[in-house]
Write a protein that binds this ligand. Structure first.
Ligand code: ZN
Length: 102
């Protein structure tokens, strides 16, 4: 059964890794569709994760939900001057006002 449609191949492989760590078996479809675009509607070209055993669904969805919330959390940058965490879209550090622009 389809458990997740990833935005890209990296994300798909990351989630496959997370699920396999807990012993959940998944297969990945549409992993490499370059070249197939044109034959398949583009919206169907996202990598799709399929569970091999439907009994894993509850746990798999929990892991994916945790992944999605941690992904939001990880969008931070560390201030090089004082080491405080800042949201990735801050132009300067909230704590010491050092520039965070690259
Ligand atoms: Zn700072």
């Amino acid at each position: 059964m389809l458990i997740y449609s990833a935005e890209n191949r990296q994300e798909a492989l990351l989630i496959v890794g997370l699920l396999q760590q807990t012993g959940i078996e998944v297969t990945l479809k549409n992993e490499n569709l370059q070249g197939a675009i044109g034959e398949i509607p583009f919206t169907h070209a996202y990598p799709e994760l399929y569970l091999l055993d439907e009994r894993d669904e509850t746990l798999a969805r929990k892991i994916i939900t945790e992944y999605e919330s941690s992904r939001e959390y990880l969008k931070t940058i560390i201030c090089p001057a004082c080491g405080e965490e800042n949201p990735a879209n801050f132009p300067s550090c909230w704590a010491c006002e050092a520039s965070l622009e690259k």
